[in-house]
Write a protein that binds this ligand. Structure first.
Ligand SMILES: C[S@@+](CC[C@H](N)C(=O)[O-])C[C@H]1O[C@@H](n2cnc3c(N)ncnc32)[C@H](O)[C@@H]1O
Length: 294
């Protein structure tokens, strides 16, 4: 079968992800993006962001174990967390069966104010792990990074993406948030943890092929699904807050220019198999129409 946007699906499920797992609704997953609330005391309507350490990590162990069961052999997980939790993240992945591959440093453009006795923090971690020793897919992406002043020669074919990602801007700082950050009529951000499409683009391009199924058990505003759809991957997202579910569906139904990944195509153009892993249709994105199945 030829894979096209009409033969792939994007499914937004409303409710508690653990309930969907216990019903056996999730299976044959090729890639998961796991971006939980960070227990920073933020105001979530359906999540206690002040819960105890033990309760929080036990909850994540359950999710990691269920995702592991639902993942095909060689499938991947990208688990994003605060840098101070790196030790827990690696421990939990190991205990739930995953094979650790990389600790990606997502270097932010701005830094936090330093504490009295620590350096200011300027990165977040993303642990990349697989089910089994080797990934079934790992596409070696090349990017057209601008030449640094200390480099002597112009590059003719870009550079490989490494485990330091310093070229993806976060949406959390007012100055950098730009058009991509979703806002209400008063200009307030509708979800302070919204991930950038550029981050999901890199993850999905690295670890899947067209027609694969991408999963996000804590889907928030649906960024994972929006990117997966544009890359002709199937996607399933679960979100407990009905308002976030509504926003995800709106984003999928009518793609905003700020959510388009096409802006980044040239940046990745030195990737040897780019045409194969990133099908680009001639039709413009705004003509795509309805993008999700419910
Ligand atoms: C950090 S946010 C994810 C943000 C997302 N990456 C985005 O781009 O919008 C985590 C999300 O998990 C949701 N959540 C919390 N507990 C959940 C549960 N048990 N099942 C499903 N979703 C849950 C929260 O409502 C929140 O929207």
């Amino acid at each position: 079968m030829t894979i096209s946007r009409t033969t792939t699906y994007s499914q937004v499920l409303e409710g508690d992800c653990l309930e969907y797992f216990s019903k056996g609704s999730i299976s044959d997953i090729h890639l998961t993006f796991l971006d939980p609330p960070y227990r920073q005391g933020k105001e979530y309507r359906f999540f206690d962001d002040n819960q105890s350490d033990d309760t929080y990590w036990a909850w994540l162990v359950q999710i990691l174990s269920e995702v592991y069961k639902a993942t095909v052999e060689g499938g991947a997980i990208y688990f994003m967390q605060r840098e101070k939790n790196a030790e827990q993240v690696l421990k939990l992945l190991r205990e739930t069966g995953w094979t650790f591959q990389n600790l990606i440093i997502w270097k932010k453009k701005t830094s936090a104010v330093p504490s009295e006795f620590r350096f200011s923090k300027q990165h977040q971690i993303i642990a990349y792990a697989t089910k089994g020793y080797k990934p079934r897919v790992f596409n070696k992406l090349r990017i057209d990074l601008p030449l640094l002043p200390e480099y002597k020669y112009e590059r003719t074919n870009g550079v490989y993406v490494t485990d330091i990602w310093d070229d993806i801007r976060e949406l959390t700082s007012g100055y950098f948030a730009g058009d991509e950050a979703l806002r209400d009529s008063k200009g307030n951000r509708v979800h302070t943890q919204q991930s950038p499409v550029a981050l999901l683009l890199r993850i999905i391009l690295s670890s899947t092929l067209s027609g694969d199924t991408v999963f996000d058990p804590l889907a928030g505003t649906g960024t994972t699904l929006i990117v997966a759809h544009q890359l002709m991957r199937n996607s399933i997202g679960i979100e407990i807050d009905p308002e976030h579910v509504r926003i995800s569906k709106m984003r999928l139904k009518s793609l905003r220019p700020a959510d388009s990944v096409l802006h980044y195509y040239t940046y990745y153009s030195f990737t040897p198999n780019l045409k194969e892993i990133w099908p680009v249709e001639e039709a413009t994105i705004s003509e795509q129409g309805r993008l999700f199945d419910v």
